[in-house]
Design a protein around this ligand. Structure first.
Ligand code: NAD
Length: 411
């Protein structure tokens, strides 16, 4: 296992917490692995008539606080360790924001960009055929993640309902609006991240801030747009093909058109291409919205931003985290910063259960309240234990999960 193995890093963080908060051994031991882990094979008849077998996973980490909850990732680098780490972070995330859910995650090893629409649909339905006995609105509720979207959730819901009979929209969140999706779900991760970013800016008394955003996908591009609309100067953004910089701030409207047309932010006429790494720009805030392990032992020292927002899951390795901590950087951890998505997923489930749908402004009001309150609670734990925000967030989450385990008589 490499030193950047995400599950190993996640467990190290738990270990660090153990002494700090006097975590009971009986709770600690139960948080060392998922309660259930499933590996499946999904045969798909490709357009050329040949069968290709894809490997998929579902990890059910903890249901102490409620049904397992977590997205499904379609990506060539999906692996067992990544799915386990992501499922553990989901359990912590739902606990940090205090919603009555546990944590799970799924994934399929595939590059969906290489599949036709009909192959992608067969794979999505095949994944549900393989795991449907393990999921349900009160058992385990999947959602989108990297390279999965509302359209895929629609196919998955349809397959589940065909297999089980009857309407059951709460089994999956992140659905299209026409079949039980929630308003504001599509941008809820970034919106939630924006609410906590604002709280951090207030706490740190930052003014006239310049922001860089790594990753210009669902989460990152939406965040960049929200920031620009709210008067923040987004001076640099990047995607997998390159990065750009404009000291006056990037024009998001024209940039989005450019990205749509060319498939990348690179070579945008309203900016210069960045030679070096987006992480090293002279900015006050760095938003990490790409994938895991972006900030490592090798590059952490060169980060200039004072405030780092983890919109992606696990973008900073355990070792890099310690470097940033020593350098006095404030890192708003993933399990708080990107929890807006799961909060609105929870709202979606509530609306499905009531079969009554809320206005967008009601969703946003409720989201803002949960995110700002959770930020405060994490900040208080950070102060109480004289630690950083990540450990504060882990402390809050693990204390809540531990309490639920006790109340269930698990320890
Ligand atoms: P996405 O695929 O839409 O976007 C990822 C972006 O990162 C793309 O623009 C890609 O080009 C870019 N990227 C990849 N490698 C890069 C690199 N080396 N340098 C710079 N950019 C790079 O995925 P997403 O849904 O936006 O998810 C991004 C992260 O946010 C993931 O960690 C995901 O788990 C997390 N997240 C997303 C949501 C959500 O609702 N979308 C919710 C919670 C967490």
């Amino acid at each position: 296992m490499s030193h950047n193995d995400p599950f190993v890093g996640a467990l190290k963080q738990l270990e660090k917490l153990k002494n700090l908060i006097n975590l009971e051994e009986n709770i600690y031991q139960q948080l060392q692995s998922p309660q259930k882990f499933l590996e499946v094979s999904i045969p798909v008849k490709m357009d050329n008539g040949q069968i290709r077998v894809f490997k998929g996973f579902r990890s059910q980490y903890s249901n102490a606080r409620g049904p397992y909850k977590g997205g499904i990732r379609f990506h060539p680098q999906v692996n067992e360790s990544e799915v386990k780490a992501l499922s553990m972070w989901m359990a912590l995330k739902t606990a940090v924001v205090g919603i009555p859910l546990g944590g799970g995650k799924g994934g399929v090893i595939v590059n969906p960009k290489e599949l036709s629409a009909s192959e992608l649909e067969k794979l999505s339905r095949g994944y549900i055929q393989a795991i449907h006995k393990l999921i349900g609105p009160n058992v385990d509720v999947p959602a989108p993640d990297v390279y999965t979207d509302p359209k895929i959730m629609g196919w998955m819901l349809d397959e589940y309902e065909k297999l089980t009979g009857g309407g059951n929209p709460g089994v999956i969140t992140g659905k299209p609006l026409s079949i039980g999706g929630s308003k504001a779900r599509s941008y809820s991760t970034a919106q939630g991240g924006f609410y906590v970013l604002q709280e951090a800016v207030k706490k740190m008394s930052l003014h006239n801030v310049r922001v860089a955003v790594q990753g210009f996908g669902n989460a990152g591009a939406t965040m960049a747009n929200i920031l620009a609309k709210n008067g923040y100067k987004v001076v640099a953004v990047s995607d997998s093909k390159g990065g750009i910089y404009n000291s006056e701030g990037l024009d998001m409207t024209t940039l989005s058109v450019h990205k749509e047309k060319t498939g990348s932010v690179a070579s945008f006429f309203g900016a210069q291409n960045i030679d070096g790494n987006i992480l090293f720009q002279e900015v006050d805030i760095l938003v990490l919205a790409a994938l895991e392990n972006s900030v490592t032992l090798e590059n952490a020292e060169q980060i200039k931003a004072q405030l780092i927002i983890e919109l992606a899951n696990g973008p900073i390795t355990h070792e890099a985290d310690e470097i940033l901590d020593k350098a006095g950087k404030v890192v708003v951890p993933d399990i708080l910063a990107n929890a807006g998505g799961v909060v609105v997923s929870y709202f979606e489930q509530v609306q499905n259960a009531y079969n009554y749908y809320w206005e967008e402004k009601d969703v946003l009001e409720k989201l803002a309240k949960i995110m700002t309150q959770s930020f405060d609670e994490v900040w208080r734990k950070k102060e109480k234990y004289n630690t950083n925000m990540r450990t504060g967030a882990y402390a809050l989450a693990v204390e809540r999960i531990g309490q639920a385990m006790k109340d269930r008589g698990w320890i």
